[in-house]
Structure formats: structure tokens, C-alpha cells
Ligand binder design. Structure first.
Ligand code: K7E
Ligand code: CUA
Length: 659
């Protein structure tokens, strides 16, 4: 959410409701007596759930245990990470390739766990890059980013990466409409209405490997697609997208995109779109986007530039897209576990509209339309509406479901979570959040089978909740027990970056599949060294390749001479360990990038260009054994043109023993 727009929304709503302040009064005392016990996970005990939380502008994803709120891991996704050498090692740099070159940062908002039959299956978690549009797939066997695909014809990949119930597709809807990649983009900004278009990308996911591929795109009117969710059960085959800026403003959107009383939720019949693709209705467009894949056998990234995409035009194919009017500047677009109810959350709306899939189908069949929006039929509001939740709160953003017939909606402006019944649309409970909640998460809360024990609120403003840390305060998550009729706050925990969406999965589903080591005999890295005896140093022109091994507690070789100024040195370090949780690190003085952290059985490469003559120690950065501090060595760098021969050794004794 953009703060400015929200502030405007606050002003509007405060005026409308004569509200002075939204800050809940009992901020400090809202936790009841038995709360600590509910969130307490004793030392040595495991959490019940993994919680995957977006890092927002950190470009990372953080993994917490629930209910403890313990931070388990930070996964670099659209970011480099010196802790793991991610994006710094020669093998992983390619993961951040794009058509714009190496892009080591992005803005990650929405983690989405893979599903089978509408239930979380624990295989992968996807994440979106907002800025330079990309989708990442993280493998939950390794907790590492396995693949990143760039999205052409897009900008601000926000309504993404939501998935269908068997992970057939990952979706990417553009936030900014822009001229297509292949159209002339050098046009006046004021020609928005004529030249700016939206694109929705349907990215196919291979059932076995998870490999992603853009199956097709749908070209749409130039609006801002904000969020989306797939239909499920009876509505499987459909996708729903919230759109704002249907005014098609190109400046001062906080005012100009808040004009219309209703924007839209766009319903997309993707099964129909598939039929059109099969019938050859897709137009091939030449574009340029990168697809990067980390291969666990070669321990290398394969990065390729793709050149083509198939595009369907929503204007020409009248029966794939429909607009449903939705008040007002909708943000969240959430589908209940049955697939019947579609909840729109208008940031500036004073009600929550709930649409019925059955009614929508009837309205489409009966052509119960209210004209067209840029060639797309507009279904009559009342014809698709199931009902409205009246006076729920101010500034609804996102809704999750408990699978027991209840919905939970976050309210940014009134800073609360509101529980309501889907059938009778009655508000059942409300609790304050500290402060100004964005997304919510219930484990499985957007799947067919939520597990309704906990709800986590991810807040935008922390104010006084934690010890201050300079101008920027820690971001905040709050854990609620929702097993009873009333929600109960049981824990605050700080988060990494700015949390937007998050998902959670039962621990067992993921913990049972963990990769513990990579088998050294299966290592197909081109510079692998499978045993100490094979370790060596090879000169190729001004490139020096060090085939190095690491094992507790030494490198082989650990003495290298004959490197000259002007050389590029590649340390290809193979970790020979075959035990769980025994990585070795590698660092060399003066290296301008990072260390390496090499997993058991894996090979990683650090490129180092020495900048001066002298002695350069190397060492292991990960405390791997009692003699970790002995895990070190030396590289001698001589002047250009020196005749020191290239030599390497391990265990050679001193020339001049100490006296
Ligand atoms: Cu923060 Cu999903 Cu980008 Cu709402 S989004 S809060
Ligand atoms: Cu290897 Cu420390």
C-alpha cells in the first residue's frame, strides 16, 4: 500500500465518519493471562507450523515457527545475501539475471504455497517481484530459490503469484499498465487511455519438477491490477482480479483514481482461454525475458533469454473476461474455501461486498450486463452480489478464511481484524491490531482446507510496540488464537523487512522432505573436486582455477604460490562432508563480493581479483569443528611478470623450522 493514498483514504473516511483518531485505547493490556502459555514452545520442542513471510522491500522471504514466532531462516529471493554467498558466487549470480541485466533487488509481497487438490502440499513456495516483474519458486526441500522467471509486458507485478488448486498455473497480473514491450513506449504519458495496456500472465508449472513457463498472456484494458485469487472447487477454472484506477488516470492517482464509485473485480475464465490457445487464437509476440534455474546436480544456474509469448486479446475474445463492479478502489480479492464466495475489499469502501459464483454464472448466461468496459462485458452489480457486510470497519484490505464458515478481514484505517460469518454476513468479533494491519494469514487460509487455530496480522505501523531502534522501528506481526469464538492476542513478534502477505503450513508437511546433504558422487559441477588427491591449481592464461576441497578442518590445497597481479582467481570449493548441517565457509582477504557458504557435497565458486602484491590468508567462516580456527591457508601474490612458479600444497612443512 502506498502511504499517501492511505493517508488520503484516512482523511476521506475520517471525514465521512467524523473520526478523530484510530488508535485503539488499550494498546498495552490486550493480552490475557494464559496467552504466554499458548505461544510458548519449550526449548528443544518444535513449532506446529512454518510461517513464510514476505520481506517487502528487502526482497527476501523469512521463515518463522508458529506459535513461537522464532525466526528460522531468511531466504534470499530477489536479493543477494552475503550470509550465504547467494548472488555473489559464480553459480548463483545468474539467478538474478533479467532482460535488464543483473538485478539484485526487488520488492516481494506475496508468498504462495503450492497446492494439490486445493490443499497445501508443502513442495514449493512462490514469491512475486513487484519492481522488475518476476516470479520466484523456492524449493522447500532446500529452502533455496530454485527458479526465477521474468514477466514481459508488465510493470509492477503485484497481483501475483497466486495459484490454481493443482498449481496448474501461477498468475502474474500487472499493477502498472504500460505500452506492451513490443509497442512503441516512447509516447506521451498523457496518451495513457490509448497506449497503456494491462497483461495477465498464466505461468504453467510442471507437476514433477516445478519448472515454470509462460503458457499465455491475456491483454486487457489499461487499469491497475491489485490482487487476485483463483477459483476453487466449483469455481476452479476461473481467476478473479481486483482492479483500481479504472478511471485510467496517469497522474495524482490518490485523487484521480478515486473518482468512480465502483471499480471492478475482473473474472477470467482461464479454461476458456486455454481453449482459445489450443484453437490457435493466441498471437505470437516477440518479447525478451529471462528464465533462471538452479540445477541441484551441477550446482549451477542455467539462465536463458526467452524471446516469445502467446497473447490473447480480451477485447476480441468476448467470453473470457467479465467485469464485476466493486466499491471502491478494491485491494484484496479473496475466494472462500468452497469457491462460491468472492470477497472484494474496497480500500475506500464502508461495506464489504461478497459476490456469488453461482449468481455470476447465471448473470453471464443471461447476459445480464450493464454495457461494456473497453470491450469487456460489465456484469450488473446486484446480479453478481451475494450480499454486503454492513459497517464492518474502515479500510478493508484482505480476507482469510477458517473453513468453519467464517471470514477474517483486516482493516487498515480502523486498525482491527473483524471476524464475520459468510452465510449471514454478520460481524461476530473484532480485535484491535497494533497498528494498521495489512495482510492476514491463517495456515491454509486461502486454500480449500484451512487449519483454523492461529491467525497472524502483519502490521504496517509499529509505533510503541518494541524497543526503539533509531529512525526506523521494527516491523510487527501479531499472533491470535482463533480456536474459540473470540479472537485472542497471544504474541507480538518483529519481522524482517516489511511484511505483506504470508502463508503457513503444518510443520510435518515440510520437515519430512528436507534435503540433508548433496551426494558427492552425484555432483556434476564442471569444477568439482571429489577427493583431496584431485585438488589442484591450473593456469589458463590469466585465469587461475583452484580445484579446492574442504573437510573438517582444512582446505586442500592450503598453500598457493605463483598467482600474479592481473590474474583472475576462481576458487572452486567442494565441500566433501556428507553429514547434515556441516557447511564450510570460504573467504579470502580483499575479496570484493562475499564469502561462500558451501553445503555438504556441493561446489561453489568465488571469483577473486587480487589488487596488490602480498600474502592473502584464506579461512573457513563457519565454525565447523573444534579446530575450525585452524581451517586456514595462504595465497602468495607476486608482481606481474614474476617467475615464481605456480605451486600448491597441503601439509608441506616449513623451510626454516622455528628455533
Ligand atoms: Cu501490502 Cu498484498 Cu502489496 Cu495489501 S499488499 S497490505
Ligand atoms: Cu570449516 Cu570452519
Amino acid at each position: 500500500m502506498k502511504t499517501k493514498k492511505i493517508l488520503y483514504a484516512v482523511a476521506l473516511l475520517a471525514a465521512a465518519y467524523n473520526l478523530q483518531s484510530c488508535k485503539p485505547k488499550d494498546a498495552g493490556s490486550a493480552v490475557a493471562g494464559d496467552a504466554a502459555q499458548k505461544a510458548y514452545v519449550a526449548p528443544g520442542k518444535y513449532d506446529e507450523y512454518y510461517n513464510f513471510v514476505s520481506g517487502g522491500f528487502s526482497g527476501q522471504m523469512a521463515v518463522y515457527g508458529l506459535p513461537s514466532g522464532r525466526l528460522l531462516r531468511v531466504i534470499p529471493v530477489f536479493s543477494v545475501d552475503p550470509e550465504k554467498g547467494w548472488g555473489y558466487s559464480e553459480e548463483t549470480k545468474g539467478m538474478l539475471n533479467t532482460s535488464h541485466g543483473f538485478v539484485p533487488w526487488d520488492d516481494l509481497h506475496h508468498p504462495e504455497l503450492s497446492q494439490t487438490n486445493g490443499e497445501i502440499d508443502g513442495r514449493w513456495v512462490f514469491g512475486n517481484a513487484n519492481n522488475t516483474p518476476r516470479i520466484a519458486r523456492i524449493d522447500l526441500k532446500t529452502f533455496r530459490t530454485a527458479e526465477i522467471i521474468e514477466i514481459p509486458n508488465s510493470a509492477g507485478n503485484h497481483s501475483s503469484p497466486f495459484i490454481t488448486e493443482n498449481t496448474e498455473y501461477v498468475i502474474a497480473g500487472t499493477r502498472f499498465s504500460v505500452p506492451g514491450d513490443n509497442d512503441n513506449g516512447d509516447v506521451p504519458i498523457s496518451s495513457y487511455k490509448k497506449n497503456f495496456k494491462g497483461h495477465l500472465s498464466f505461468i504453467g508449472v510442471d507437476k514433477e519438477t516445478g519448472r515454470m513457463n509462460i503458457s499465455f498472456q491475456i491483454k486487457t484494458p489499461g487499469v491497475n491490477f491489485d490482487l487476485s485469487h483463483a477459483g476453487k472447487g466449483k469455481s476452479h477454472g476461473w481467476f478473479f482480479f481486483s482492479c483500481y484506477n479504472t478511471e485510467q488516470a496517469n497522474s495524482l492517482l490518490e485523487v484521480n483514481a478515486s473518482q468512480r464509485d465502483k471499480d471492478f473485480i475482473m473474472a477470467v475464465n482461464w479454461k476458456k482461454a486455454e481453449e482459445y490457445i489450443k484453437a490457435g487464437k493466441g498471437k505470437k509476440q516477440s518479447v525478451k525475458y529471462s528464465r533462471n534455474y538452479y540445477d541441484e546436480k551441477t550446482h549451477m544456474t542455467k539462465s536463458e533469454i526467452m524471446k516469445e509469448v502467446l497473447v490473447l486479446d480480451s477485447k476480441e475474445l468476448k467470453d473470457i473476461c467479465y467485469m464485476i463492479p466493486c466499491p471502491k478502489s478494491p485491494h484484496g480479492c479473496d475466494v472462500d474455501p468452497s469457491g462460491e464466495y468472492i470477497v472484494g475489499s474496497g480500500k475506500l469502501a464502508a461495506i464489504i461486498p461478497v459476490f456469488s459464483f453461482d449468481k455470476l454464472q447465471k448473470a453471464i448466461a443471461a447476459k445480464d450486463f450493464d454495457g461494456e468496459y473497453e470491450g469487456i462485458p460489465v456484469v450488473k452489480y446486484e446480479s453478481a452480489l451475494y450480499g454486503e457486510v454492513k459497517k464492518p470497519g474502515l479500510g478493508p484490505l484482505h480476507t482469510e478464511f477458517d473453513g468453519k464458515g467464517n471470514a477474517y478481514t483486516s482493516f487498515f484505517v480502523s486498525s482491527e481484524v473483524v471476524k464475520w460469518n459468510i452465510k449471514d454476513l454478520k460481524v461476530l468479533d473484532r480485535v484491535p491490531t497494533y497498528y494498521s494491519v495489512g495482510h492476514l494469514c491463517i495456515p491454509g487460509g486461502d486454500s480449500k482446507k484451512p487449519s483454523p487455530k492461529y491467525l497472524i496480522a502483519y502490521n504496517k505501523i509499529t509505533k510503541d510496540r518494541y524497543l526503539p531502534t533509531g529512525p526506523e522501528l521494527s516491523q510487527s506481526a501479531q499472533l491470535f488464537d482463533i480456536s474459540g469464538d473470540k479472537m485472542q492476542l497471544i504474541l507480538d513478534f518483529p519481522t524482517i523487512g516489511e511484511p505483506h502477505y504470508a502463508q503457513a503450513a503444518p510443520a510435518e508437511l515440510i520437515s519430512k522432505n528436507q534435503v540433508k546433504i548433496f551426494k558427492i558422487e552425484e555432483n556434476q559441477h564442471p569444477y568439482v573436486t571429489k577427493g583431496e588427491k584431485e585438488s589442484k591449481v591450473v593456469r589458463q592464461g590469466n585465469q587461475i582455477h583452484v580445484y579446492m576441497t574442504s573437510i573438517r578442518s582444512h582446505f586442500s590445497p592450503d598453500n598457493i604460490e605463483g598467482v600474479k597481479l592481473g590474474d583472475e582467481v576462481y576458487f572452486h570449493v567442494t565441500n566433501l562432508e556428507q553429514d547434515w548441517d556441516v557447511p564450510h565457509g570460504f573467504a579470502v582477504k580483499g575479496a570484493s563480493n562475499a564469502e561462500l557458504l558451501i553445503m555438504p557435497g556441493e561446489t561453489s565458486t568465488l571469483k577473486w581479483v587480487p589488487d596488490r602484491v602480498g600474502m592473502f590468508p584464506i579461512y573457513c567462516t563457519d565454525f565447523c569443528s573444534a579446530l575450525h580456527q585452524e581451517m586456514q591457508g595462504y595465497v602468495r601474490v607476486s608482481p606481474k611478470g614474476s617467475n615464481v612458479p605456480l605451486t600448491f600444497s597441503l601439509g608441506k612443512t616449513n623451510e626454516e623450522p622455528a628455533k
